[in-house]
Write a protein that binds this ligand. Structure first.
Ligand code: XMP
Length: 509
């Protein structure tokens, strides 16, 4: 096992993900951890993570320097490397030039962490301070144009430092470097699996909840379903799930979901029908943020009212994923600007004084799907495309009315049928229709029409942080357009959205 010491970088969970991808377990601990505790954990290696601080800043995170005398291999990344260098007698200075972004790295030799890495390779840097003098016994192992000491090592003591981030995808050979550390330097064995993750999570939840009651909002999506099943395995009937039909779901979705959830998640689920509570206050509202705020508020009210019926509930289970966590925190710890208020989390716990259980907090969507499969969630739940909490309300540009909802539902149903039949449903991150607030002229039979326009949105993505428009075959696009215009009354034009994220977003509102 590898111990990761968390100096506060937003990429720490990515380090953990990369290590686990190599099937090595890696708990993350605070720098305040004691040396006895580390000895007890008995890790094969230690990774000192990056962090937003400068090592000279007051209050910057520090670990006991005795960690360097434990005789355990150490990899310092960015701040972690600077900390190690400083602690062992080297020198770190505030760099004149901050280095941020891509940098071409040239390794001195294809040994150590650079085994099986080409001599020059692309890396990703993000640092203000730079190392100017190495401690005794260390040598430079790689440089970039701006950073002479971009990597250094004391191979004899098995200490390695990388000024760049090997864990991010932009460092093309980062995984090879980490693998070299794990297997060549530390001698780790490949033993970590999703099965062991599931087993440990269930044990952790059991210990945390300790016989108390948990409530959880089920959306019908994979995240909340996996979280629910995992928590259910840990606490059994002490978990109550709440599913709210907000009237903003896709065609027949509420009934289908109810059936699937009942059939496959044999747990305590309360179904609440609250369509009018959502649709009435949305009347006349066209501003996207106002729509989101109204829906967010009503969700909270309905959920709170329902949760209150569960006596003595102390915990709130949530399917928050890692990208949800980092999208709300900037590189330097402050809040990023709110692009869209994702309301499905937040708010609730503070207001309801519930403690959080978030077993998926360190996972990405593809991990969650693997985990779901491991714990026995049915395929059709595991592979459901993500669907936003505010539902069709943010896919109807302009006012959300019952008749516009009906049009969008019918269009969306045709679109999904074609996507599924042609084998694209799982290949796409999301595919859906958007109803526009403008009309255009058309001709049907011999008559002039003046009807609605819908846009088709289909994207590929790994985690929704970036996305590309899907290059769907023209034939499929043509068929969808034809069927939509012919089968759905009130639509006479279909357009295809060819924008990527960024600069666009996946949803239109
Ligand atoms: P955007 O439009 O910001 O969406 O590129 C990124 C991903 O998030 C989904 N999304 C939401 N999910 N509540 C959710 O649960 C929301 O309020 C929300 N808004 C957007 C969106 O469908 C895409 O997968």
């Amino acid at each position: 096992m590898i111990l990761i010491i968390d100096f506060g970088s937003q990429f720490n969970q990515l380090i953990a993900r990369r290590v686990r991808e190599c099937h090595v377990d890696c708990p993350i601990e605070s720098p305040a951890i004691g040396m006895d505790e580390i000895r007890k954990l008995n890790p094969e290696g230690i990774i000192l993570s990056g962090g937003p601080s400068s090592i000279y800043e007051k209050g910057s995170p520090k670990i006991d320097k005795a960690v360097f005398d434990l005789n355990i291999p150490i990899l310092g990344i960015c701040y972690g490397m600077q900390f190690m260098v400083d602690a062992l007698g080297g020198n770190v200075k505030n760099a004149k030039k901050r280095e941020y972004g891509f940098a071409e790295l040239t390794a001195k030799k294809a040994t150590g962490l650079f085994k099986k890495v080409s001599r020059t390779t692309q890396t990703w840097m993000s640092h203000g301070d730079s190392i100017v003098k190495l401690p005794r016994g260390f040598t430079i192992t790689a440089s970039t144009r701006n950073t002479k000491i971009a990597a250094a090592a004391n191979a004899k003591r098995k200490m390695y430092g990388l000024q760049f981030h090997p864990e991010v995808e932009h460092t093309l050979k980062g995984k090879t470097m980490l693998r070299n550390f794990l297997f060549d330097v530390c001698g780790c064995k490949r033993s970590w699996t999703m099965k062991s993750f599931a087993r440990e999570s269930i044990a952790d939840i059991k210990a945390l909840v300790d016989g108390k009651k948990v409530v959880l909002g089920l959306s019908g999506g994979v995240d909340s379903s996996v979280a629910a099943l995992l928590i259910h395995k840990a606490v059994g009937k002490n978990l109550t799930c709440i599913f709210v039909d907000n009237g903003l779901l896709r065609k027949d979705e509420a009934q289908q979901l109810k059936k699937t959830l009942k059939q496959h998640l044999k747990m305590n689920i309360r179904f609440v029908s609250a369509k009018n509570k959502f649709l009435n206050p949305l009347a006349g509202i066209t501003d996207p943020e106002k729509k989101r705020n109204i829906i967010g508020r009503v969700v909270m009210d309905v959920f709170e009212a329902e949760a209150k019926k569960i006596k003595d509930a102390e915990f709130l289970g949530q399917g928050t994923l890692y990208p949800d966590v980092i999208e709300s925190v900037s590189a330097f710890g402050g809040p990023t600007s709110v692009i869209k208020s994702h309301h499905n989390v937040g708010g609730l716990p503070k207001k309801m004084k519930l403690k959080l259980v978030e077993p998926l907090r360190y996972l990405f969507k593809d991990d969650v799907r693997k985990l779901g499969s491991e714990i026995g969630l049915p395929e059709d739940l595991i592979w459901r495309q993500p669907f936003p909490g505010p539902g069709l309300a943010i896919r109807i540009i302009g006012e959300v009315t019952r008749s516009r909802l009906a049009i969008l539902r019918d269009v969306d149903a045709v679109l999904l049928e074609e996507i599924r039949q042609n084998g694209y449903y799982r290949k796409l991150w999301q595919s859906f229709a958007v109803l526009l607030p403008i009309k255009s002229v058309g001709i049907m039979g011999d008559s002039r029409t003046y009807e609605n326009i819908v846009a088709i949105r289909a994207v590929t993505s790994r985690d929704a942080m970036t996305a590309d428009w899907a290059r769907l075959p023209h034939q499929l696009l043509g068929k969808m357009s034809n069927r939509i215009i012919n089968e759905v009354r009130g639509v006479n034009r279909v357009v295809y959205d060819i924008s990527s994220k960024p600069p666009s977003t996946i949803e239109w509102e």
